[in-house]
Design a protein around this ligand. Structure first.
Ligand SMILES: *Cc1c(COP(=O)(O)O)cnc(C)c1O
Length: 402
């Protein structure tokens, strides 16, 4: 069976992990700090904090901003449930809005959803294709929208508007208007989960890029404490002789990245631009060249005059089919020993969210795109033969069903 997205683990990664294991320092330490600096240099943002997941990063930023009961957070219905779950964790209300044909949050829908309870907008760079941040950034800064904003703490007062917290789980390395994901809005959060473009097995990073008068370096230091029990000294600082005493300044969380994880990430990052992205693009282009011949194929958008994807998911759609036909096509593709996927089952279709009163019929574009979507495998060790096997399996399975 051709897998959907196996990790690429080679000798360079193994050597770097072994180096960490033998170094005497396996939890958060020098490699995590180096990885953070390299992420900041790569993305062009102001400071970066590595954590054990993107989910942790999204939640801690909502908590940092003071999001809680009575607050609303706007996010696309078309995303992975983690984006919405963290809003629930904070006791706030997820307000789903519909997406546009590129699977990204639709700014007209965002505008309609904003009210005086709105504290945060969480756009998702679906498949690694950046959202229209220019429009979103301008929207939250516009006088009418700012006048609706009701700050209820010092941080909200200082920002004086809705925070944009980008779920950039897919878009590490993507470009928008000459800038990298991570530097496109206030805060972005990357995922380094095993299936993502750049992995640390599990892991994530917060890319801070807050405007003046915020001091991103100070916020980084505070978040280090907040994500490590609220302890004012981390394990590494405590190794300084005599430096054993510490304090707990708040009931913090436990979300730190280990140096074992960071060592994988350092190797992944060192070859990301030269190897990973071009190899992923090549597979995307091969799918596009082969499938755009068919009038049933809706090819995903992954570059235009101002954006370039990180080529995370190839979200093919099949014109005019029902959800049942899509499922039948997927079953046929699997019969041909090829793994495919659906990204995503929209959050309002999940039992928990149905029980909260959400209904997918309120998001017609999301529903329509979900019903005929099939994600094709993209991983850097795929051979040309394997790419062709996928293309052949897809086109023959579509022919058998429709
Ligand atoms: C993977 C993913 C997440 C969660 O990332 P973790 O690092 O596993 O917490 C969040 N949002 C989206 C859109 C994702 O695909």
């Amino acid at each position: 069976m051709l897998p959907f997205s196996p990790p690429h683990i080679d000798q360079l990664i193994i050597d770097e992990v072994i180096d960490t294991l033998k170094s005497g320092w396996i939890t958060t330490g020098p490699k995590t700090k180096r990885f953070e600096k390299e992420i900041t240099a790569y993305c062009g943002n102001k400071a970066s904090l590595c954590l054990n997941s993107a989910t942790a990063g999204l939640e801690i930023m909502l908590r940092w901003f003071g999001v809680g009961p009575g607050d609303e957070v706007i996010l696309p219905a078309y995303t992975y449930s983690a984006t919405a779950n963290v809003v629930m964790h904070c006791g706030a209300k997820p307000v789903f809005v519909d997406v546009c044909s590129d699977f990204n949050i639709c700014h007209v829908e965002v505008l309609k959803a904003i009210n005086s309870n709105t504290k945060v907008i969480m756009p998702v760079d679906f498949a690694g294709y950046p959202c229209n941040y220019e429009q979103l950034n301008l929207m939250v800064k516009s006088p009418e929208i700012k006048s609706l904003f009701k700050p209820n703490n010092n941080i909200q007062e200082q920002l004086g508007r809705i925070l944009i917290l980008s779920d950039a789980a897919h878009s590490f390395g993507a470009w928008y208007q000459g800038k990298r994901a991570g530097s496109l809005t206030d805060v972005s959060v990357f995922s380094f989960h095993a299936v993502k473009n750049l992995t640390t097995a599990e892991g994530g990073a917060i890319a801070l890029n807050l405007p003046e008068p915020f001091n991103n370096e100070e916020i980084y230091k505070y978040l280090c404490v907040k994500t490590l029990h609220g302890q004012n000294k981390d394990a590494l600082a405590k190794t300084i002789p005599g430096n054993w005493r510490y304090d707990i300044i708040e009931a913090g969380y436990k979300m730190n990245m280990t140096d074992i994880m960071a060592s994988i990430g350092l190797v992944e990052l060192s070859r990301y631009d030269q190897e990973t992205l071009p190899l992923r693009k090549k597979i995307y282009d091969a799918y596009t060249a082969a499938l755009s011949k068919y009038d049933w194929a809706i090819i995903p958008e992954y570059e235009n005059h101002e954006k370039t994807s990180s080529y995370h998911l190839y979200a093919l759609r099949i014109k005019g089919i029902t959800e049942a036909q899509r499922d039948a096509i997927i079953a046929k593709i699997f019969e041909k020993q090829v793994s495919v996927n659906v990204h995503f089952i929209p959050v309002p279709m999940m039992s928990f969210y149905i029980n909260q009163g959400y209904n997918i019929n309120n998001y017609p574009q999301t529903k329509a795109q979900y019903e005929n979507e099939i994600s094709l495998p993209v991983w850097i060790d795929m051979t040309n033969e394997q790419v062709n096997l996928v293309i052949e399996a897809v086109q023959s399975s579509v022919r058998e069903v429709i």
